[in-house]
Design a protein around this ligand. Structure first.
Ligand code: ZN
Ligand code: ZN
Length: 246
């Protein structure tokens, strides 16, 4: 109902570049050209965190991650077009754009050992990275939960919203990777004790909108690992090009 109303009231145009959309594409918020411009994150990369490896020495992004966090991948680099789409998802009151972003997410391959769409008991479970209660109230929705649901629809993987963010971690933008990790350490807890992943072989796949230094996903994985999870992965729509902190 709401979406039909939106289509009546809003001109059918791309929310990123404002090009007019053709009638048959009016349900999509991002036009094909803008999606085409999203730059996929591709190898060579660190097998664990998916970041291009440094020229010298070992990868510093994932060196301090909890052992259970095996692999994190992102769909696209956070160039201006992709950044605009994430901004609309988070701050533009456009949760429906999650469906457009999930189309790019669905092209990421995770080494889960289960065929996409395998609906048996071994299917991986998508776990959204939560917002704090205050931020959730202000925004009205969790963008990562919307992404997880849209991706879950495509892959037919269940979504388990089992984490809570116990404290606000503030802006991470100006912090170095080590400071970021300290900033978010202990910020997440398991909220659903009945969540039976302890006896399951299913991989847990954390879903977030953006990967910057990986500190947020590492802290969320830490909470799952403390609760007994063994196989944890992560997937994000965007990946920020990290400045060199050396
Ligand atoms: Zn466009
Ligand atoms: Zn790495």
């Amino acid at each position: 109902m709401r979406s039909a109303l939106e289509q009546l009231l809003l001109p059918a145009e791309c929310v990123v570049c404002h090009a007019l959309a053709s009638f048959e594409r009016a349900r999509e918020l991002v036009c094909p050209l803008c999606r085409y411009r999203w730059r996929a994150v591709v190898p060579p990369w660190c097998e664990r965190c998916g970041q291009p490896e440094p020229v010298f020495g070992a990868c510093r992004i994932c060196a301090t991650w909890p052992a259970a966090l095996q692999c994190v991948r992102s769909a696209v680099w956070l160039d201006p077009g992709a950044r605009r789409a994430v901004h609309l998802l988070k701050y533009g009151g456009l949760p429906r754009i999650a469906s457009d972003l999930a189309a790019a997410l669905a092209r990421v391959s995770l080494p889960v050992g289960v065929g996409v769409g395998g609906g048996d008991g071994g299917s991986p479970v998508l776990v959204p990275v939560p917002l704090s209660a205050a931020r959730l109230r202000a925004r009205g929705y969790n963008q990562s939960e919307r992404l997880a649901r849209a991706l879950g629809d495509r892959w037919r993987w269940p979504v388990a919203d089992v984490l809570v963010r116990t404290r606000e971690t503030g802006s991470q933008t100006a912090l170095t990777p080590v400071a970021r990790l300290a900033n978010v350490a202990g910020a997440f807890e398991l909220c659903r004790v009945d969540f039976a992943f302890r006896n399951s072989n299913s991989a847990l796949v954390l879903v977030d909108d953006v990967f910057t230094t990986g500190a947020t996903i590492a802290a969320a994985a830490q909470a799952l690992e403390s609760a007994g999870a063994r196989g944890i992965m992560g997937i994000t729509f965007g990946r920020a090009v990290i400045p060199d902190f050396t």
